[in-house]
Design a protein around this ligand. Structure first.
Ligand SMILES: Cc1cc2nc3c(=O)[nH]c(=O)nc-3n(C[C@H](O)[C@H](O)[C@H](O)COP(=O)(O)OP(=O)(O)OC[C@H]3O[C@@H](n4cnc5c(N)ncnc54)[C@H](O)[C@@H]3O)c2cc1C
Length: 479
C-alpha cells in the first residue's frame, strides 16, 4: 500500500462547505447544527453503513424480497427519521439542509442504504405539504415515539403507477395522464382502488402517502393525497422490483382494493393537489441532489482508494499524472454537486414549502417552548385545529409565484446536475480501476448501478431539465 495517506473523508466541514463556514460568524447556531449533523451522520455511516454495504447489495441481488429491517432499526435508534420533524411534535427541528448533509454522508457510504432514509423524507414532505396539522402532528409523534423504542415508523410516497410516470410529475402533461388509482367519495371518506409501482421503502413503511384521483379523465383537478397505514383493510404490499442498483432500498408494488380511507387521513384539500405535488418535488429534489453528491463522492473515495493501492508496471496509480487529473475532475464534480444542493436547500428554505417550517412564529414558539411543555399547553390543540391548518395552507398558497419558481428551479437544476455528476464519477472510477473495478468486491460496479437510478427517480433528468425551463428560463427569457 502506498505510504502517503490521503483520506478524502478526512475533509472536515470547512473543506466540504466553505461557503457555509463563512456564514458561521452571522449564523453560528445554524452552521454549528450543520457541522454536528455531518459529524453524526459520518459516525453512523462508518459504524452501520460501510461495513454492510456490499453484503446487503449481494443479498438483495440474490433475493429481491430481501429487507434489512435491522438497518432501519439502527437508523431509528439514532434519530435519523426525525431530523426535520418540528420540535413542537417532539422532533429535532432540523432544516432541510441539515437533512441533506446527513443524506450525503450516508450515500457516500452506500446510496441504497442512504435512500432507505432519504425516501422516508419524501413521504414526510408529502404529508407536510398537505398542512393537515392534526394528521401531521399525530404521525410525527408516532415517528418520534418509534425512535425512542428503537422501532422505525417509516413513510413512503406512492405516486407512480403502471401507466403514469413522468406525466404525473408535470403540469403540462398531467391532464392527459393515464392514471389508474381512483378515489371514490363515500360517507366519511374515500374508497381507493388501483396500483402504485416502484415505491421506495414500500415494504418498510408504516405510512404511505398515496395519490389518487376522483376523476380519471381529469387527474390535474381531481387528485388528492391521503395517508394509508400498513395493515389497513384493502391495502397490500404485493411484490418487490428486482432492480439493478440501490438494492438495499426496496421498491414495492402497492395495491389498493376497496381500501377505505377516512377523511381524517386525507392530506390535501380539494383543488390544492398539483400545487402540493410541486411543493413536494421542490423539497425532495434537494434531497435527491444530496444523494447524487453522496454517490459522486463515494465513487471518488473508491477511486482514491484504488489509486493508492493498485500498481501498473510497478508504479502506484496515484503517482500517475493522468490519474491525478481524473481525481481532480472527480473531486470538482463532488464540489459542484454539493454547492448545487446547498444553494437549492437554502433557496427552498427561504422560498419553498420549507419556508413555512422556518416561519418566525413557529421557530419562536419552538425556541421558548419544549415539546413536553407544549404538549400539555392549550397551544397543542390549537396547532392541530382546522383553523390553524387552514391558516398555514393559505400561507403556502400565497407564496409568491416568483419565489416558488426560484425554489423549484434551483432544486430541479441541483437534482439533474448532481445525479448526472454521480454517473460521471462512477464512470471515471471504473476507468481508473480498469478491469479490477468490475468485480463486485471492489464496490465500484455497485456505485455505477446505484448512480444510474438517480437519473430516473424524482422526475427523470429530462423532466427536471424541462422544469428548469418552466421555472427559470421561460420566466427570464424574452422570445
Ligand atoms: C429506483 C427507483 C425508485 C423510485 N421510487 C419511487 C417512489 O418512491 N415513489 C414514486 O412514486 N415513484 C418512484 N419511482 C418512479 C419514478 O418516479 C419514475 O420511474 C419516473 O417518474 C419515470 O417514470 P417512468 O418510469 O414511467 O418513465 P416514463 O415517464 O415513461 O419516461 C420514459 C422516458 O421518456 C422520457 N420522457 C418522458 N416524458 C418526457 C418529456 N416530456 N420530455 C422529455 N423526455 C420525456 C423520460 O425522461 C424517460 O427517459 C422510482 C423509480 C426508480 C427507478
Amino acid at each position: 500500500m502506498k505510504s502517503t495517506h490521503i483520506d478524502p473523508r478526512g475533509m472536515d466541514f470547512e473543506d466540504a462547505f466553505p461557503s457555509l463556514a463563512v456564514l458561521a460568524g452571522r449564523w453560528s447556531g445554524g452552521v454549528r447544527r450543520l457541522e454536528e449533523a455531518q459529524a453524526r451522520a459520518r459516525a453512523f455511516a462508518d459504524r452501520h453503513v460501510r461495513p454492510i454495504a456490499l453484503e446487503v447489495d449481494r443479498e438483495a441481488g440474490r433475493d429481491p424480497g430481501y429487507l434489512n429491517r435491522e438497518f432501519a432499526r439502527r437508523a431509528a435508534e439514532e434519530g435519523m427519521f426525525s431530523i426535520v420533524i418540528p420540535k413542537l411534535f417532539g422532533g429535532q427541528g432540523g432544516s432541510l439542509l441539515e437533512m441533506a448533509i446527513m443524506i450525503e454522508e450516508l450515500c457516500a457510504a452506500c446510496t441504497g442504504l442512504g435512500n432507505v432514509v432519504g425516501a422516508d423524507y419524501l413521504g414526510y414532505s408529502g404529508l407536510a405539504a398537505g398542512m393537515n396539522l392534526r394528521l401531521l402532528g399525530d404521525i410525527s409523534e408516532e415517528i418520534v415515539a418509534g425512535e425512542k423504542r428503537g422501532e422505525p415508523v417509516m413513510l413512503s410516497a406512492a405516486h407512480t403507477e403502471p401507466q403514469a410516470g413522468s406525466d404525473v410529475e408535470d403540469e403540462e402533461h398531467m391532464p392527459a395522464a393515464r392514471v389508474g388509482t381512483t378515489a371514490r367519495r363515500t360517507a366519511g371518506g374515500y374508497v381507493l382502488n388501483g396500483q402504485k409501482i416502484f415505491i421506495s421503502d414500500g415494504h418498510l413503511a408504516t405510512w404511505h402517502m398515496v395519490t389518487a384521483y376522483r376523476d380519471r379523465k381529469d387527474p390535474l383537478r381531481s387528485g388528492l393525497m391521503a395517508m394509508v397505514r400498513t395493515g389497513q383493510k384493502g391495502f397490500s404490499t404485493v411484490s418487490h422490483e428486482d432492480k439493478m442498483g440501490q438494492r438495499a432500498c426496496p421498491a414495492s408494488l402497492l395495491a389498493f382494493e376497496d381500501c377505505f380511507v377516512p377523511d381524517e387521513q386525507v392530506v390535501t384539500e380539494r383543488g390544492a393537489f398539483f400545487e402540493r405535488v410541486l411543493f413536494v418535488l421542490g423539497a425532495s429534489r434537494v434531497g435527491v441532489a444530496a444523494i447524487g453528491a453522496g454517490c459522486a463522492r463515494g465513487a471518488y473515495e473508491k477511486a482514491v482508494e484504488i489509486a493508492r493501492t493498485e500498481r501498473r508496471d510497478g508504479r502506484f496509480l496515484i503517482d500517475e499524472q493522468w490519474v491525478r487529473q481524473m481525481l481532480a475532475d472527480m473531486l470538482a464534480n463532488v464540489m459542484t454537486a454539493r454547492s448545487m444542493y446547498v444553494t437549492a436547500g437554502l433557496c427552498e428554505t427561504r422560498h419553498g414549502m420549507m419556508s413555512l417550517m422556518a416561519h418566525p412564529f413557529l421557530t419562536g414558539l419552538q425556541a421558548v417552548c419544549p415539546a413536553s411543555v407544549f404538549r400539555a399547553s392549550p397551544f397543542h390543540a390549537t396547532l392541530r385545529s382546522k383553523t390553524m391548518s387552514r391558516i398555514l395552507s393559505t400561507a403556502l398558497t400565497r407564496i409568491d409565484l416568483k419565489r416558488r419558481q426560484r425554489a423549484q428551479g434551483h432544486s430541479c437544476a441541483a437534482k439533474f446536475v448532481a445525479t448526472d455528476l454521480a454517473m460521471q464519477n462512477a464512470n471515471l472510477a471504473l476507468e481508473i480501476a480498469g478491469a479490477a473495478g468490475l468485480a463486485h468486491g471492489a464496490g465500484i460496479e455497485k456505485i455505477f448501478r446505484d448512480a444510474k437510478l438517480l437519473q430516473i427517480y424524482e422526475g427523470t433528468n429530462q423532466i427536471n431539465r424541462k422544469h428548469l425551463w418552466d421555472n427559470l428560463i421561460a420566466r427570464t427569457t424574452t422570445m
